[in-house]
Design a protein around this ligand. Structure first.
Ligand code: G6P
Ligand code: MG
Length: 480
């Protein structure tokens, strides 16, 4: 079977923090480890990063790490008895002034004063990812008064979303600022921004990340109704970021589960068309938190995201706190690889009829057209500084592996997220300009990827020194 192209992001947590479990996750197929900054202490994250980097180095894996910022999730405060039971039809109040530890079945505090400005009578508030639904009856200076539409248990610190979006918390909190510094200290490869609404939210995050001294790529989590209200809003967020995550937990609550799948497909398509990465996330293997086998519906969910050509599929609770973290990664890897056998995943109509704006983009996309149409091409080699050339290549459906030849460890790890792209450490400046292509092909042959008689497509620029954006050449080379 061909090597797997779709990448696996898996969240590290209490169930995946020992050296043994991290090693098993890597061997099962983890490509990108996610640190969820909503949980755990800085020291716990430090320890996981150290362990993962050590083990990956020993195994010869180029594993990326993504830090996921908590963002301005709005939450209720706490109950006197930890949990209450809300009955459909009863009244319930969310109050700015009620003491934080003294909620009961009539009233609870909130940690977000502007909620009263953001709510209108008739609005629906969804608590605990929509398990409890409240309709707003009236709003006064300090409180939102509601009637329970969907009842059930409600416990401490559960999240609040508004149906249709529109809760106006700023997108980076004090804690996010601290966590960005931690991401820089730990040399993380990606930083994911929660609840961004506008391109400027991503630009602000990028400035903070750069100020902290980190080259991490920025992922915009698509999880607010405003982000998908029309194509212009979505495209603005995609444009400002290096990649997006379809964060289906909060997004599903805000737009309703019925719209979610269509929106997921649209986000994947738009991201790829703008040369950006896309991760499909949340509840992909949810039942595997407690069971060693996925349901048919979960198999179908992962396979469909793969068929839609997502770069990566993501695991959250399954690997962070579930009973079967390694089985979940292994099942995802198996399902992705199986779905990739479908011919639709190797045939492309990508941007046929659109024009290109850059020279390197034109070479990258043309190379893929050549590789997909010229029988005998077994591999694509892209000499790259930043990973940008293989990124553009991998936007196109193909069954041919794209090898990212780069001297930079940051780039070697970064491309762990890109569909169908595999890093090869290689320094073109170690060779004379006339030897570089042959040296690259010889390395691929030594790795057993190609043999005499195969064709390889190779891209590069005129200079081999720090020349990002310089790709202007495609060569078709016969291996001898
Ligand atoms: C390497 C090659 C250059 C090429 C560059 C592209 O440095 O030796 O010839 O111009 O990669 O890097 P990029 O970051 O744009 O993919
Ligand atoms: Mg979320």
């Amino acid at each position: 079977m061909k090597r797997r192209r779709t990448k696996i992001v898996a969240t590290l947590g209490p169930a995946s923090s020992s050296p043994e479990s991290i090693e098993q996750l890597l061997l099962a197929g983890l490509d990108v480890a996610r640190l969820n900054f909503s949980h755990g202490t800085a020291d716990e994250h430090r320890a996981r990063v150290r362990m993962l980097r050590d083990i990956a180095a020993r195994l010869g894996h180029h594993t990326a790490i993504m830090g996921d910022l908590q963002g301005p999730k709005i939450r209720i405060a706490r109950f006197r008895d930890t949990q209450v039971m809300l009955q459909r039809g009863q009244r319930f109040t969310l109050s700015n002034t009620h003491p934080n530890d003294a909620g009961d079945e009539h009233i609870v505090g909130i940690d977000y004063p502007s909620l009263v400005q953001d709510c209108r009578p008739g609005d629906e508030l969804l608590l605990d990812d929509g398990r409890v639904v409240l309709e707003v009856d009236s709003v006064d200076e300090h409180a939102v008064h509601t009637t329970v539409i969907v009842g059930g248990p409600l416990s401490n610190n559960k999240g609040i979303n508004r149906r249709g979006g529109g809760i106006s918390a700023p997108s980076l909190t004090e804690k996010d600022h601290e966590d960005i510094k931690l991401a820089a200290e730990l040399e993380l490869d990606y930083v994911a921004v929660s609840f961004p609404r506008y391109g400027r939210d991503i630009e602000t995050a990028r400035e903070l990340v750069r100020q902290a001294g980190s080259p991490a790529w920025i992922i915009a989590k698509i999880e607010r109704a405003e982000a998908v209200v029309d194509d212009a809003a979505l495209d603005e967020l995609i444009q400002a970021s290096d990649g997006v995550m379809v964060a289906r937990g909060d997004l599903g609550v805000e737009v309703g589960d019925a719209r979610l799948v269509g929106i997921q497909k649209r986000v994947i398509q738009h991201a790829r068309h703008q040369n950006k990465l896309v991760i499909t996330a949340t509840q992909m293997m949810e039942s595997m938190i407690a069971s060693p086998l996925p349901t048919r519906a979960e198999v179908s969910d992962v396979a469909n995201a793969v068929l839609d050509y997502t770069d990566a599929v993501m695991l959250s609770g399954e690997t962070a706190s579930g009973k079967y973290p390694v089985e979940a990664v292994a099942a995802m890897a198996r399902i992705a690889q199986g779905a990739e056998q479908e011919p639709t995943t190797t045939q492309s109509h990508h941007r046929v009829g659109s024009t290109f704006t850059r020279c390197d983009e034109t070479i990258a996309l043309s190379s893929m057209y050549a590789a997909n149409h010229f029988h005998g091409v077994k591999a694509i080699v892209s000499l790259t500084e930043s990973g940008n050339t293989p990124l553009i290549m991998s936007r196109i459906r193909s069954g041919i592996p794209i090898f990212c030849f780069t001297p930079h460890p940051t780039t070697q790890r970064r491309v762990a997220m890109f569909r169908g792209v595999y890093p090869v450490p290689f320094d073109p400046t170690a060779y004379s300009p006339t030897e570089v292509s042959d040296a690259a092909i010889a390395l691929l042959k030594a790795k057993g990827v190609v043999q005499a008689g195969d064709w390889v497509i190779l891209t590069k620029g005129d200079s081999y020194h720090d020349s990002t954006g310089g790709t202007n050449t495609m060569k078709i080379i016969r291996v001898d």
